[in-house]
Design a protein around this ligand. Structure first.
Ligand code: DX5
Ligand code: ZN
Length: 225
């Protein structure tokens, strides 16, 4: 599968999002952080904005729903044009049913875990997912410090995926930068959200490629992007 870089537009200029997305043509997906002021203490986009973005770019959209009641709201993001829809397991009433509904609507189903949420209880449902997101900060804001305490969980999640022969993407999100990406890749992550690292760079697209190269360099030969 190789390395996927999925920049977050949370730190982009919200008054010019179409132009901001056009600055990252090398991205594999555009990560859209949906926040509702309930699940997290911040408020961003809804499905209307996702729909507008999907018209503004050919890149696939990776919607990260940091919202309460994802069971009710997630399918609308597939309809709005998101290729991948991530819900938080801490907020989902019925994660298996929800993953199936996202897939039935034509989306890729993805489940996120906050830093203190263990992966082991979900071992038997990993096959229902196209991506697993391990948060490396507490969700809610860009620009936070990477939490090293999540690295052992990345390693354990990779071991679970390998043990079951599952191909889903293993994504990390929060504080990912040229400083921290190698330790995530080394632990087994293959898909990387980077918000402030990309949009605070003078050349965001060059940063996307620099992050990809750094992550690919720690993969065993033959598995590089
Ligand atoms: C945090 C969001 C992240 C955030 C990443 O709640 O889910 O996607 O935008 O931003 P950085 O890379 O700055 O931590
Ligand atoms: Zn995110």
């Amino acid at each position: 599968m190789g390395i996927q870089i999925t920049p977050s537009i949370l730190n982009a200029d919200f008054a010019a999002l179409g132009a901001e997305v056009a600055r990252i043509p090398s991205a594999d997906m555009v990560h859209v952080d949906v926040m509702d002021n309930h699940f997290v203490p911040n408020l961003t986009f809804g499905p209307t904005m996702v729909e507008a973005l999907s018209r503004a770019t050919d890149l696939p959209l990776d919607a990260h729903l940091m919202i309460a009641e994802p069971d009710r709201h997630a399918p609308a993001y597939v309809e709005a044009g998101a290729t991948s829809v991530t819900f938080h397991v801490e907020a989902a009433a019925a994660p298996v049913r929800l993953a199936r509904e996202i897939r039935a609507a034509g989306g890729r189903a993805s489940m996120a875990l906050r830093p203190a949420t263990p992966v082991e209880p979900y071992e038997d449902m990993l096959g229902e997912l196209d991506m697993l997101l391990l948060m490396t900060v507490e969700p809610g804001f860009g620009g936070q410090k990477f939490l090293d305490l999540v690295v052992p969980k990345i390693r354990r999640a990779r071991a679970l995926l390998d043990r079951h022969g599952l191909e889903l993407l293993l994504q990390v999100d929060g504080g990912v930068s040229l400083e921290t990406i190698e330790r995530c890749a080394e632990a087994g992550a293959d898909t990387f959200v980077a918000g402030s690292a990309v949009y605070s760079a003078e050349d965001p697209d060059a940063m996307v490629n620099a992050l990809r190269e750094k992550a690919a360099a720690v993969l065993p030969a033959g598995e590089q992007a």
